[in-house]
Write a protein that binds this ligand. Structure first.
Ligand SMILES: NC(=O)c1ccc[n+]([C@@H]2O[C@H](COP(=O)([O-])OP(=O)(O)OC[C@H]3O[C@@H](n4cnc5c(N)ncnc54)[C@H](OP(=O)(O)O)[C@@H]3O)[C@@H](O)[C@H]2O)c1
Length: 298
């Protein structure tokens, strides 16, 4: 594994992390604790130390799986990133909850679910600018930092061209940007990444496999089960993406290199990007994704 400094947080994170939206049950699979244990054990064995989760991957369900695991392992071995801003109701249904008092409750629920006293990175979860531009929210969060419940604040921007929230990071003491970035979607290179570099923000590239499409295993016309979030993607847009993936596989991926690994290493080549956080469904995917670090040159 390779490690990098997560911007001004000074956290030393593995370049490959583990995304855990999947544990909430919106990707066609319901997970058992044993399956989650096996994924996280494999990650640790291969040097991964970064987990990304959220309040609304299930109703704190993904966090509960992780907390159950961490409760039986060493807390300090992991850098845990979670998020705030929603209440989960049922599969694919959540409501926004960005008010300062709502967020305080979510923070306590996350700490409880994660079976920990502190969160390493607490991220604003892709909310609108009106919710972000609320001084009371950031003041309350700062107090939670002082109380030791949060080590660092971050922002997971919704649109990957959200310059407003990116530029305001230093003002609200948010030290990390999480953003959609992958070989099919390079928008952050234009405005968001330069701002991150200027402010010395850490950058977590989310959806680095374009929801799995960049693994190369799906062909145009692929159909997903209605319990899989990809069933909700616009079919025409998915078809175009998968056609582009076929071209990229032919023209850009070196012979003999696994496309998913290549796609992760591709994200990590940009100097603004600290780590990628691919969603993982089993230990074999963790192993394959961890190996992408071997394709990274610095
Ligand atoms: N707003 C936000 O803050 C936000 C939004 C989205 C995601 N996220 C975070 O970012 C993480 C990553 O995004 P994502 O999970 O949406 O998309 P992703 O990482 O691009 O794709 C994940 C999917 O790719 C497939 N996959 C993973 N590793 C593979 C491998 N080695 N070979 C082949 N297929 C592989 C798996 O699905 P199949 O095997 O079924 O194809 C997996 O579920 C999430 O888990 C979450 O933590 C945050």
């Amino acid at each position: 594994m390779k490690y990098r400094r997560l911007g001004k947080t000074e956290l030393n994170v593995s370049v490959i992390g583990i995304g855990t939206w999947q544990f909430g049950g919106e990707w066609g699979l319901n997970f058992s604790q044993d399956e989650v244990d096996a994924i996280l054990d494999k990650g640790q064995e291969l040097g991964i130390n970064l987990i990304d989760t959220a309040e609304c991957y299930g109703d704190h369900l993904s966090e509960s799986f992780i907390g159950n695991y961490i409760g039986r392992r060493k807390r300090e071995d992991w850098i845990i990133a979670t998020k705030f801003g929603h209440h989960f109701h049922e599969r694919f249904t959540r409501t926004d909850m960005y008010g300062a008092q709502d967020v305080l409750k979510q923070l306590d629920d996350s700490l409880k679910a994660l079976q920990t006293d502190y969160i390493d990175l607490y991220q604003f979860h892709s909310g609108p600018d009106t919710a972000f531009d609320n001084d009371e929210l950031w003041t309350v969060l700062d107090k939670q930092k002082q109380a030791g419940k949060i080590r660092h604040l971050g922002t997971s921007i919704g649109s990957n061209d959200n310059l407003h929230q990116t530029e305001a990071s230093s003002k609200v003491n948010s030290e990390v940007i999480q953003v959609v970035y992958n070989r099919l979607d390079r928008v952050p290179e234009q405005r968001v990444f330069p701002s991150c570099e200027t402010q010395d923000l850490g950058v977590l590239a989310r959806v680095p496999l374009a929801s799995g499409y960049l693994s190369g295993k799906y062909k145009p016309g692929a159909v997903f089960d209605n319990t899989d979030v990809r069933h909700r993607h616009d079919p025409e847009s998915t078809r175009r993406k998968l056609e582009e993936v076929e071209q990229i596989a032919r023209k850009e991926v070196p012979e003999g290199v696994d496309m998913a690994q290549w796609a992760l290493a591709w994200c990590l080549r940009h100097p603004a990007v600290t780590s990628v956080i691919p969603g993982c469904k089993n230990p074999a995917q963790v192993e394959s994704n961890a190996s992408a670090a071997e394709l990274v040159t610095d």
